[in-house]
Every structure is written in structure tokens, then in C-alpha cells.
Design a protein around this ligand. Structure first.
Ligand SMILES: Nc1ncnc2c1ncn2[C@@H]1O[C@H](COP(=O)(O)OP(=O)(O)O)[C@@H](O)[C@H]1O
Ligand SMILES: [Mg+2]
Length: 174
């Protein structure tokens, strides 16, 4: 996929479930006039599911089907992609990767509200404590493309909006 210079970039918003990705994406998409692609929702709506994980009580994503669906959209540019993982996307898709993080006590309450089972709750809290997604992002993308954001408070979200919009401004200047 060759991006022409006037093509809008694609950005990835990742992080542990509950960290505040959707909250940020909704506002970003509106302010940047970008297309918000929530991969979990897309997978559910299109049944891009391999099987059900009974232990974690969640569907297992069919990554290939999701990527075939996304490829033509990514070629157009101007997308904000949301997913709680980042290592299986083609690196070339994204001009920037933002990892939303959240203190684990706050995250715990948010996931409790979603009625996650104990196994899933623990697994996601551990994911946040160990910084798993941030590490995954650094392992999968060039360091200067990866940025860490906080999704704890509304003030954090405002700060994150500014960070992403500033990144975009710099990108457009190049
Ligand atoms: N920056 C924030 N400040 C306050 N509440 C937030 C913030 N980000 C998310 N939330 C709340 O936390 C919950 C989970 O957020 P959500 O954006 O759906 O997480 P994710 O998309 O990462 O799974 C929602 O109830 C949302 O309103
Ligand atoms: Mg979400």
C-alpha cells in the first residue's frame, strides 16, 4: 500500500480493555473528522470469530478476516483504529500508535461494571500491571511511532486529545 503525500494518516489506539480507548476515539474521530474503526465491534457485527473462549467468556477473533475487511479502508487513510492488541496488524498501516493506560484500581472498577468474570478480570488487570500492551506496541512498531497516554480522568482525556492533535499537526507539516 503506497500512501500518496496528501493521504490522511491512519492511527491506532490500543490498550487494555477498559483503559479508555473508545472514550478517546469517539472524541478524536469527531474532532479530526476521522473514521473510527472499533475492531471488537466490527468483528462482532461481521462475525469475524473463530470460536468462543469459555474460560474467558469471550469470542476469539479471526484476525485474517478482520484484516481483509480493514485493508481497503486503510488504503484510503483517515482512520482511527481501536483494538486491545496491536501485534498482528501490518506495521505499515499506522503512522502512529497510541497506548491508553489506566491505574489498575480504576481499571478494576470499570471492568467490574462490565460484569467480567473473575478470570477475565484478573487477566486484564495483570495485563495493565505488567504493561503488556505498551510492550507489545514497542515490539511491533518503531519506537518513535509509539506514544503512551493516560485514560484515567476526563482531564487525562483532554490532554490525550491535545497530544494526538499535536502529533497530527506535526505530521501534516512534514
Ligand atoms: N479519560 C476518562 N475519564 C473518565 N472516565 C473514562 C475515561 N475514559 C474512559 N472512561 C470510562 O471508563 C469506561 C471504559 O472506557 P472505554 O473507553 O469504553 O474503554 P475501552 O474502549 O478501552 O475498553 C467507560 O465507562 C468510560 O466512560
Ligand atoms: Mg472500546
Amino acid at each position: 500500500m503506497e500512501q500518496s503525500p496528501d493521504t490522511e494518516p491512519n492511527i491506532l489506539i490500543t490498550g487494555t480493555p477498559g483503559a479508555g480507548k473508545s472514550y478517546l476515539c469517539e472524541r478524536l474521530a469527531e474532532q479530526l473528522k476521522f473514521n473510527w474503526l472499533d475492531c471488537s465491534k466490527i468483528a462482532k457485527d461481521n462475525n469475524f470469530v473463530e470460536e468462543h473462549d469459555d474460560e474467558f467468556d469471550c469470542p476469539i477473533l479471526d484476525e485474517e478476516k478482520l484484516m481483509d475487511h480493514l485493508e481497503p479502508l486503510m488504503a484510503k487513510g483517515g482512520n482511527i483504529v481501536e483494538y486491545h492488541g496491536c501485534d498482528f496488524f501490518p506495521e505499515r498501516w499506522f503512522e502512529a500508535v497510541f497506548v491508553v493506560t489506566c491505574p489498575n484500581t480504576v481499571l478494576y472498577d470499570r471492568l467490574k461494571d462490565r460484569n467480567y468474570n473473575e478470570r477475565k478480570l484478573t487477566s486484564n488487570i495483570e495485563c495493565e500491571i505488567f504493561g503488556t500492551i505498551l510492550e507489545e506496541a514497542y515490539d511491533s512498531y518503531k519506537e518513535d511511532k509509539v506514544f503512551k497516554l493516560s485514560g484515567e480522568t476526563k482531564a487525562d482525556a483532554d490532554k490525550s486529545l491535545k497530544t494526538v492533535k499535536n502529533w497530527y499537526r506535526m505530521y501534516k507539516r512534514k
